[in-house]
Design a protein around this ligand. Structure first.
Ligand SMILES: NC(=O)c1ccc[n+]([C@@H]2O[C@H](COP(=O)([O-])OP(=O)(O)OC[C@H]3O[C@@H](n4cnc5c(N)ncnc54)[C@H](OP(=O)(O)O)[C@@H]3O)[C@@H](O)[C@H]2O)c1
Length: 322
């Protein structure tokens, strides 16, 4: 697997990372712990060295699984986690107060069974806590050796600049895909200018862009957050069908699957974009990793842009603010 550098000052990671959330959170039935651990090891054996989790996934239990899965290969992988919600629960509101960040980091280190967090993201901007205090706390944690690098998730340009001035930010993690291209209008030019890496979450549109999800697919598990994502409501899945048709037409030409096109397109957008697709299945892990071998010429990328410019996506990502 090729490597990419996360930002000018960041670590080197596999060009495609692994989103660990769905192992037991928000994406349907949780895997048994030993199956989740086997999948993490399989990802590593296939060249993935970048693993993404968060305090709120589970809550807490996802970090513990990631810690168990990666403990024997700890020094060969880059582990990213996130803080920023009160008591680790999004429904309780935001909380990036310095004392909370410190408490969370100590608890995450224990769950992750490690002495350092390689990339620590603020999960969401907390309007109640000045960015200088957040970035200053992470800077101090870096000084203490508990954290190696600072990242932000779903941050706006002003927050990125304020944070970067206090402690260099190595990665911005936000939703970005063939389907959700808002970062192109908002933050991409800023991270480009500042030399910050971009980690694309939900690169498969939470599964939709793979073309395997129809209008009649139901998200039955209680924990499957996709039943609340407006763009995945049945009527929007029907209205968004042209997106799948367009991806499948590219896939046919490139002798690839739709999921591979979605991932390969992100890799081709910028050399510092790292998509982190998630899956609970080994055969899909293989499929997603093979996206690395799909390359696009400039003409092909322009043709994809022209095709997608004709399509209007339907529905927002989140029912409330992301
Ligand atoms: N920072 C944030 O706020 C934030 C928000 C959301 C996610 N994330 C991170 O990003 C990671 C990935 O995001 P995500 O899970 O939302 O979306 P995603 O990676 O776009 O999609 C994952 C879904 O697609 C399915 N899938 C994966 N590969 C497939 C393939 N080749 N063919 C068909 N279906 C496939 C998976 O189902 P199966 O398991 O059945 O394969 C899973 O339900 C998460 O694990 C998390 O680490 C971060």
């Amino acid at each position: 697997m090729q490597k990419r550098k996360l930002g000018r000052a960041g670590p080197e990671v596999s060009a495609i990372g692994f989103g660990c959330m769905g192992l037991n959170h928000h994406r349907g039935p949780a895997l048994r712990n030993d199956d989740a651990i086997a999948l993490l090891r399989a990802a590593f054996d296939r060249g993935i060295t970048f693993f993404d989790t968060a305090e709120i996934y589970g809550p807490f239990t996802n970090e513990a699984i990631v810690g168990d899965g990666l403990a024997p290969i700890r020094d060969d992988v880059v582990i990213a986690t996130k803080f920023g919600f009160r008591d680790g629960r999004p429904n309780s509101g935001l909380d990036s107060r310095p004392e909370s960040i410190r408490r969370m980091v100590d608890a995450s280190l224990l769950r992750l069974k490690t002495d350092r967090i390689d990339v620590l993201y603020q999960h969401r901007i907390d309007p109640e806590v000045p960015m200088a205090d957040v970035a200053g706390t992470v800077r101090d944690l870096i000084g203490e050796g508990k954290v190696m690098h600072f990242g932000l998730s779903e941050a706006d340009n002003q927050s990125i600049r304020l944070a970067h001035a206090v402690q260099p930010v190595v990665a911005l993690q936000s939703e970005y895909s063939l389907w959700w291209r808002q970062p192109e209008e908002t933050v991409l030019s800023t991270v480009d200018e500042l030399g910050i890496g971009f980690v694309s979450y939900s690169p498969l549109g939470r599964g939709f862009l793979s073309g395997t999800m129809g209008e009649n697919t139901s998200f039955e598990a209680d924990n499957d957050q996709r039943k609340t994502n407006p763009y995945l409501a049945p009527e929007n899945r029907a209205a968004n069908r042209p997106i799948i048709d367009a991806i499948q037409s590219v896939a046919k030409k490139k002798n690839a699957t739709a999921a591979q096109i979605a991932i390969a397109w992100l890799l081709a957008r910028r050399p510092w974009i790292v998509p982190i697709p998630g899956t609970t299945k080994i055969h899909r892990l293989d499929e997603n990793i093979d996206a690395e071998s799909v390359e696009f010429s400039t003409e092909e990328m322009d043709a994809i842009d022209a095709e997608f410019a004709k399509i209007t996506p339907h529905g927002d990502r989140y029912a409330t603010a992301p």
